[in-house]
Every structure is written in C-alpha cells, then in structure tokens.
Design a protein around this ligand. Structure first.
Ligand code: NAD
Length: 304
C-alpha cells in the first residue's frame, strides 16, 4: 500500500483516484473545483487542504490536469513553489495529463532538479476506461521508476506500455492520436465521395473493411449510421471521444511536428480541420461527426 497524492480529480482523475482507493491505497486528493472534491470524498479519497498539503506526506504524486501549463504551474517555480518543493526528497511524480512532449520533458527535468523522480504516463480509454479501470497507459521514464509505478498503474488500467525515456509516453500518445485524427477524416471523406457517386454506405463499408482501407476509424468508429451499430453515428454523434479533445491532441501533434521539423502535412491539416470542428459542432459531438462538416462544406462548394 502506498500513500498517493492525487491532484486533479475531474472526469478522468476522479474515477482514477477512486480505483486507487479500491486497490487499497491511501489517497489524499486535491482539486480546485468543489464538486470534484465532493465526488472524490464520496469515493473514499481523503481531501487535502491544498495540493502541497497532499504532496507533503506522499510516496507518489499523480497529476491529472487539463494541459501542460497547469502541470508546470502545479509543480512550481522558484518564485511560486508548488508540489516539487512540498514533497519529500525522492518522491515519484507521475503525470497522466495529456501534454506536449517538450512540456513533459520540462516537468520531469524540474522534478529531477528538485531531487525527485518523474514519469510521463498519459492514458487512452476515456472516462469509461477511467471508471472501469481499463485505461491504457503509455509511460516514459527510467526502468526502475516504471517498475515501481507498475502496480499502481495496474490499479487504474489494463494495458501499460513502457515506451522509453522521459517524454516518450507523450510521444506515443500524440503519434497514435495523429494517426486516428487523419484516418477519421480520410474515412469520412471517402463516405461522402461514395455518396455522391451513388455507392451505398454498407457496400463501401463491406469492401473497405475487408480491404486495405481497413482501420479503427472505419470498423469501430464508423462515421455513418448503419454498418457498425455501436458507433457514435448511430447515437446522434454523442461522444465517444469529443471533437474538442481530438483538436487538443492534434494541437499537441502540431507542436511535436514543429519540434521535430518533420514534413507532416496531413498532421498539420488535420489539426486545422479539427480546430474548426471543435469551435462549432465538435464542442460536444464525437470526433466522427467531422463527416457532417465535410458534407456541409461540400454542399456549399457545390452551390458556389
Ligand atoms: P477535467 O477538466 O474534467 O479535469 C481536470 C481537473 O483539474 C478539473 O477538475 C480542474 O478543476 C482541476 N485542476 C485544474 N488546475 C488545477 C490545479 N492547479 N490544482 C488542482 N486541480 C486543478 O479534464 P479530464 O477530462 O479529467 O482530463 C484530464 C487530462 O486527461 C487532460 O490532459 C486530458 O487531455 C486527458 N485525457 C482526457 C480524456 C477524456 O476522455 N476526458 C481521455 C484521455 C486523456
């Protein structure tokens, strides 16, 4: 049993902390939102008066915050000390937020400079995975720290992959989600082209799902209703994985593209397409709803 400080008890962090309690750990939690604190307390998380207060007696500090700037601010700076200054020397910091690779590396470097150890451990699997303890973790950091974290992560997830050194958990996540974003656009464009050529959705699905066009965006998250009854398209495009979250992940992909200098034109284009979608219907729709934006833009073009 470990004592864990859990900072950020929102949609993901709340149920993750609850699963650590179920696994027998002592969890001291903190969040800025009173509603998140109430829900976590009901699940057996001890409430700390501050993030630093939670970290002061912890063996492990887990952060599950919206973005990189929140993680870096919570870790603290020389002027505004935070979790790193409050924790006991050698504490293991695990950041499970989805943040940019260079932010993850900066956060880990700050932790190490303060005498601690750090892993980046972003997740996939969404709120359902967080609630059911079936998240996938992609972990970057030292072997020994990964080995220490593994039993804890197993309390919250099912598939836990050590991707390599610091930042490589975030690198794996951003590369995977860039493939996903691009392929969801490709599948959606193909269905709209097929419609205009007179091809039925079912026939295109039957051909492509058994041919080289086969991919998750087609066979699980099919953007038209019918061929895959469980896809969000059959449920008014309710998420699922919301368009705003895909837009956020693709903005991180864009940062990785700039960091590496790769000529990743589809990555950049998909980021632009999903940013526009997230400003409109994608704010509360599954990202496969992008097909409706493609269809609408095609109609406008036809009229133009
Ligand atoms: P959320 O907004 O529901 O939760 C974030 C929580 O952090 C909020 O409750 C907020 O009050 C709290 N917070 C912000 N700043 C804080 C601070 N300084 N101290 C303490 N608490 C603070 O977001 P979420 O959906 O739980 O996502 C968290 C992270 O997980 C994000 O990086 C997101 O990209 C990633 N993620 C989300 C999903 C998903 O389906 N929601 C899936 C995979 C990954």
């Amino acid at each position: 049993m470990s004592t864990i400080a859990f900072i950020g008890l929102g949609h993901m962090g709340g149920p993750m902390a609850a699963n650590l309690v179920k696994a027998g750990h002592r969890v001291a939690g903190f969040d800025l939102a009173p509603a998140a604190l109430t829900a976590a307390s009901a699940a057996g998380v001890e409430l700390a008066a501050s993030a630093a207060g939670a970290a002061a007696t912890a063996d492990v500090v887990i952060t599950m915050l919206p973005a990189g700037r929140h993680v870096l601010a919570a870790y603290g700076t020389a002027d505004e000390p935070g979790l790193l200054a409050a924790a006991r020397p050698g504490t293991l910091f695990i950041d499970s937020s989805t943040i940019a690779v260079d932010e993850a590396r900066a956060a880990a470097a700050a932790a190490v400079a303060a005498g601690h150890r750090a892993l980046d451990a972003p997740v996939s699997g969404g709120v359902v995975g967080a609630e059911n303890g079936t998240l996938a973790f992609m972990v970057g950091g030292e072997d020994t720290d990964f080995a220490e974290a593994l039993p804890l992560l197993e309390g919250m997830g099912r598939r836990i992959v050590h991707c390599g050194g610091t930042g490589l958990g975030q690198a794996a996540k951003v590369c995977n989600n860039m493939i996903l974003g691009i392929s969801q656009i490709a599948v959606s464009e193909a269905f709209v082209i097929g419609e205009r050529l007179g091809l039925s959705h079912q026939v295109l699905f039957d051909v492509a799902s058994n041919a080289s066009g086969q991919c998750w965006a087609l066979t699980t998250n099919c953007p038209v209703p019918g061929p895959v009854p469980t896809s969000p398209a059959n449920n008014d495009y309710r998420p699922g994985f919301a368009g705003v979250l895909m837009a956020k992940d693709l903005s991180l992909a864009e940062q990785a593209i700039r960091l590496t200098g790769v000529n990743a034109q589809l990555g950049l284009q998909s980021s632009r397409i999903f940013a526009e979608f997230a400003d409109g219907p994608g704010a509360d729709q599954d990202f496969s709803g992008i097909i409706n934006s493609i269809r609408a833009a095609s109609e406008e073009r036809g009229r133009g």
